[in-house]
Design a protein around this ligand. Sequence first.
Ligand code: HGY
Ligand code: MN
Ligand code: MN
Length: 412
Amino acid sequence: MLGQFVYDRLEEAAQFSQSGPGVTRLFLSPEHKQVATLIRDWMTQAGLHTEIDAAGNIIGRDAKAQQGAPTLIMGSHQDTVVCGGKYDGMLGVALPIAVIGDLYNRNIDLPFGIEIVAFGDEEGTRFQSTLVGSRALAGTFDPKALDATDDHGISVRAALRDFGCDPDAIAPLKRDRKNTLGFLEIHIEQGPVLESRDLPVGIVTALTGIERHRVLIKGKASHAGTTPMDKRQDALLAAADIIHKVNQVCHETEGMVGVVGKIEVSPNAVNVIPDTVDLTIELRAPERTVRLNGRGAILSSLGTIAQNRTVAITADKTYEAEGVPCANWMMNGLEAAIGKQGLAPLRLFSGAGHDGLAMHDLCDIGMLFVRCKDGLSHHPDEAITAADADIAAHVLAEYLQNLARFCPKLAK
Ligand code: HGY
Ligand code: MN
Ligand code: MN
C-alpha cells in the first residue's frame, strides 16, 4: 500500500531532528542536511534528477522537466516548528515522490514534466525571514532576507554558505512562468474540518493572509523589593497589556485571528523589574482590509501603553504575505480525482500559510488537504493514518493522469 510506504518514510525522516519532544528541524541546520540526503535518495529511486539549489531547496526533476517541457511543480517544506510534528511539510514531499516513483515503475508516462521541491524554509522558525525557497523559485526573493539572523546572530547568508549554497546565485533560480503549469501541494489540514466531516481529503480554496511584527519594549531594571509600585518602568507589564490588546482585537474582529507567540524577557530574574521584552505579534485574515484594520487597532494602542507604563515601545513588521486563491482548474481537477475514489469532494479554506503564498507569484496553485487527528499540528502528537495517505496518493495519481483535461496550458 503506497500510503504505508509514505507513512514509513515519514517515520524515517522524523529521526532527523534536534533532541526533545516531536520534530525540530530548522532551515540550514545539520538536521536539514541529513534529511536532504534521505529525500534525494527517495527522489533518485523515483527516477528524478536531484540537486540542492542555491536557496537550500532540495529539487527532484524528471527527464521531461530537465529537457524544458511544460512542468508541474509539487512539493512542500522540510523544515518544522520547534517540537513540531512529522507530517506538516514532509507529507507534501514524501507523498508526491512516492506517487511519481510508482507511476515510473508502472511505466506510466505523463505528458508534462514533473518537479518536486522540498522547500528549505517555510516555517520561518530559525530566521525572521520565511518562504526563502519558494520565493526564490517564484522570483520574488528579497536579498535583504539574507541579512536576517537567528538567535545566535548567524545570518541567512552565512548559514547558506555553511550549508554549501551560494547566496549570490539565488536570483537565477526563478522558474519560467510560461513553462510552469502550476504548483500543487499536499498538506495536512492542521484543523478539525475533515475529521468532523469524516473525510480523508479536501480541496483548498484559498490561503490566509499573514503578517508578523517584532515589538521591542524598553523599561528600566530595578530592585523588585525596594522600588515603589508607582515608580516602576516594568517592560513585562507593558507586554501583558499588548498581549491582552491583541487578544481583544482578534476576538472582536470577525475573520481575523492573532497571537503573541514568542516572548523574551530580560534580565529574567526573580527579583528584578524586567527592563526589556522582545515579542512577536502575528495576525491572519483572508481579507486584507480586515487584517490591516486589526493591525491599526493594535499598533495605535502601543503609544498609550508606553505612556501608562513609562516604557519605550517600537514595532517593526518582519513578514507579510497576502492571502491567495487556489486556481479553479486545479480545484476542479482535484474534485474529479476525489470523486473517482467515491468520496465527497469538500472545499475548505486554509487558516495556515504555506509555500503557495509565494508560489502564487509564479503560477496557479492548488492544495489537497489530508485529515489529521484532532486537527492538531505544530505539536509532537500531530498524526495521520497510512490509510488516509493511501487515499491521498490515489487521488494524486488520478489527478496527474487527467491533468490535461483541466490544465489550460495543456489543453489541446
Ligand atoms: O504558520 C503557518 O501557518 C505555517 O505552518 N507556517
Ligand atoms: Mn507549519
Ligand atoms: Mn506547513
